[in-house]
Write a protein that binds this ligand. Structure first.
Ligand code: G3H
Ligand code: ZN
Length: 305
């Protein structure tokens, strides 16, 4: 089916207490791995392209392969700009047919973040495209506990931020860190609860999920987390599987064989995350969302369905 926006899928996730996986796609094999896993799991999926991926592949290639993958599946696929730190980049992605944008103004003073987020939302909304913004700053591997704490989103800013920007979803810094190589980070669930209580209608986004403990992820979906970004966990699987294959077949000059090993490994990790996020089985055989939403708070039902 053609690309869809993130609007309906995040609303369904918020209401159903599951999360849509937003997976970073840097090449054709990663795109295939993500869409194949989502199709088999009957899950909506977001393929996101970072500014680095755009520099690597070129904007039209990066967007083009996702559009082709979407056209060849019957589950909803959205094409999202991940961490667009630049106004112009957002506009260029809008023109390229992205169905979801992100303005990441987390390095800016709050007022400036609000002002640019608002401008992008106004333009994107004219085209019917939703925008994710960021409150607080999700830092990178290497940040100290004090730095992580200082950069967290302030619940008291959430309501004003959404009211003034008109943003459709909000990435919140609540303790995760980008690019961790193993799971060890817990989330500040009390902070998340306060943010969710302030803006209950706004889907919240968890960045840096590769390093977050599974139990924290499951709990976070009870308090507004409706989109979860995954990059490092997939890249690790892809790269190491490719490397192992190359080591086992050092004389095989066909890059497709090595890339296919990476693709298979990444696909299994996407499947694992989709099941953890409980978005599996939420899409019918005709490609629409099951209604009412399939899943409920974990606390209400024990195990996910
Ligand atoms: O925006 C992308 C992410 O937040 C992914 O973070 O590489 O730690 O999974 P990660
Ligand atoms: Zn991120």
């Amino acid at each position: 089916m053609p690309l869809v926006t993130t609007k309906q899928m995040l609303k369904a996730a918020l209401e159903g207490h599951f999360a849509v996986g937003a997976f970073n796609a840097n090449n054709m094999e990663m795109v295939q791995a993500i869409v194949e896993a989502a199709t088999e799991e009957r899950a909506p999926v977001i393929l996101q392209v970072s500014q680095g991926a755009i520099r690597y592949a070129g904007l039209s290639f990066a967007a083009g392969i996702v559009k082709i993958a979407a056209a060849n599946t019957d589950v909803p696929v959205a094409l999202h700009l991940d961490h667009g730190t630049d106004f112009d980049q957002n506009v260029l992605c809008l023109r390229e047919g992205f169905t979801s944008l992100m303005f990441d103004g987390s390095s800016l003073p709050l007022e400036e973040n609000i002002a640019i987020s608002k401008r992008i939302c106004e333009i994107a909304h004219i085209c019917g495209i939703p925008v994710e913004t960021e409150l607080g700053k999700v830092l990178k591997r290497g940040a100290t506990p004090e730095e992580i704490e200082d950069a967290m989103a302030k619940p008291e800013d959430a309501k004003r931020f959404i009211a003034e920007t008109g943003a459709d979803s909000l990435a919140v810094a609540i303790g995760s860190v980008h690019a961790l190589l193993s799971q060890g980070a817990g989330l500040d669930i009390e902070r998340l609860k306060a943010i969710h209580a302030a803006i209950p209608e706004t889907p919240l986004v968890l960045h840096g999920s590769s390093g977050v403990l599974e139990e924290s992820i499951v709990e976070a979906m009870n308090y507004g987390i409706a989109k979860i970004n995954v990059a490092t966990y997939l890249s690790q699987a892809f790269t190491f599987a490719m490397f192992d294959h190359l080591k086992a077949h050092p004389d095989d000059e066909d890059p497709r064989k090595h890339l296919a090993a990476g693709r298979e490994a990444a696909k299994e990790r996407v499947r694992e995350k989709i099941r953890l996020f409980r978005s599996n089985g939420t899409i019918t055989s005709s490609g629409s969302f099951k209604s009412p939403p399939t899943h409920h708070r974990v606390a209400d039902i024990g195990e996910p369905e």
